[in-house]
Design a protein around this ligand. Sequence first.
Ligand code: UDP
Length: 223
Amino acid sequence: MTAAPPPLYAVYGASGCGRSIMPLAREQLARQGVPPERLVFVDDGATAPVVNGQRVLGFQAFLQAPASTRHAVLAIADGQVRARLAARCAAAGVQAWTVAAANVVRMDDVVLGEGAALSPFVTLTSNIRIGRHFHANLYSYVEHDCVIGDYVTFAPGVCCNGNVVIEDHAYIGTGAVIRQGRPGAPLVIGRGAVVGMGAVVTRSVAAATTVAGNPARLLAPKE
Ligand code: UDP
């Protein structure tokens, strides 16, 4: 009897985001005794066969490579693209894979949805709920009692204080600070909202709007 081929793991996206997540994925697998040959980039627009020492496959090649199971972390900062690729992966039997740096701090009662990518120095404090395919980039934190939806993206250094609700597909830019909400009266960042880099968010942000500055104000939509 021939042994079943081992699982195959992928970092989906071989650009900036993917190249930052790949070393974390490699280290995570090494801690589990999985050799680096079982880890690839998947990219639909690949221009090189190898990036930073790791093979790059198209999606079909990834599906055809011998493997008992397939796992992918979606390493693309655009949450809408992650949603599309999550559906594609699910339809093809590719399992959502969470990759987290070894020094990520998770405190009590953190519920983290599938497929997260947590960069070095991220802290998730206590009593937090986070949806699917969350990205938390370098040094970001989520404080107590926050509720974060699906496909939410934190650029580096996001300070998300306690009792904040962030709805699906919101994007929080580098170094943004979100003021603490109150129990029963959270500060809410609406669905698909964008918070500009360095913003100091003192009030709730409506869905599908962009805010920036200190204190953060609505940016007028382009004509
Ligand atoms: N990409 C892909 N499939 C898609 C959309 C994007 O493989 O449906 C790849 C794309 O080819 C590129 C990467 O994802 O290599 C996205 O790179 P980009 O620099 O736009 O974003 P970032 O890495 O900063 O999130």
